[in-house]
Design a protein around this ligand. Sequence first.
Ligand code: P6P
Length: 336
Amino acid sequence: MADITVTEHLLLHQKKTPQATGQFTGLLYDLILSGKSISQRINKAGLLDILGGTGEVNVQGEDVQKMDSIANRIMIYRMERSGALCAMSSEEEADLIRVGPEFPRGDYILIFDPLDGSSNIDIDINVGTIFSILRRPAGETGEVRLEDVLQPGYQQVGAGYILYGPSTMLVLSTGDGVHGFTLDPGVGEFLLSHPNMKIPEKGSIYSINDGYYRYWDDATKDVVDWFRTTESKDGKPYTARYVGALVADFHRTLLRGGIYMYPAEKRKPDGKLRLMCEANPLAYLAEQAGGKASDGRGRILDKIPTKLHARTPLFIGSKEDVEKVEEIYARHEAKK
Ligand code: P6P
């Protein structure tokens, strides 16, 4: 029976990591409160006038859904009052959001996608909030500079997501493994339901939008064809699953193993997914859970962001499945 709240879990973790301050725990509390607020709206979206698009296009060039905008506003309102942040970046905002002087500032930087996969809202399929936590470089004071934010993913001090589905789940790592908490709506608390989550070394599920086959280069076609034609860990063919929300496809991969792939295309040479608010936080979780995350050639967490909304190809999941991808790309590189 799950009865450890996320608060108790964090306080326990804080005791184990002397450098953890109440500020970091306070940051997570406000993130959790934001997730509860968003969950509460999503669970009755069909009854409120919050389905569909706003008619706006965001910095990503994507149609903004009403819930994208609501989730974004909830996150910004809540987190700028947390007292833990000096800056934040939202997938929905073109520019860096600097905190203060009207609000108390802290040492952390929050990068987030307020609602990933939001086009699924209208068809009642999983969506989620993804977040990445960085520390401001030591000794830096005054206005936060963009170069202070553009840190590689291995600098993250925490990352996670809140998945809005049949249940609302918080999956989180602060550097000592990955832990899953399920929201008990009756008491409004996230309770520990999945301690120490580990990705199986090899999977039997591959996840990709097959409709883009014509846009892939030969190496990517070879990668995908390998998963289509090779036996999986249990000697059967790999199964194809694609939800259309990275956070949901990743959650399944974390629990069941396998691989999620969003490769570069001829029309999208850096792929579609955002490095800082999507790939990095999930790559942090994947590695904490014994898996891997690559852009096909190298480790996601080693990539130096060139801009806030830098994009990257992403191959993430079971260690052996991601290594197979890198092996096929390396073979094509060697032939050039
Ligand atoms: P496509 C949602 O927009 C997202 O960023 C991910 O959550 C999802 O996996 C992907 O894009 C879906 O993109 O091109 O397959 O519709």
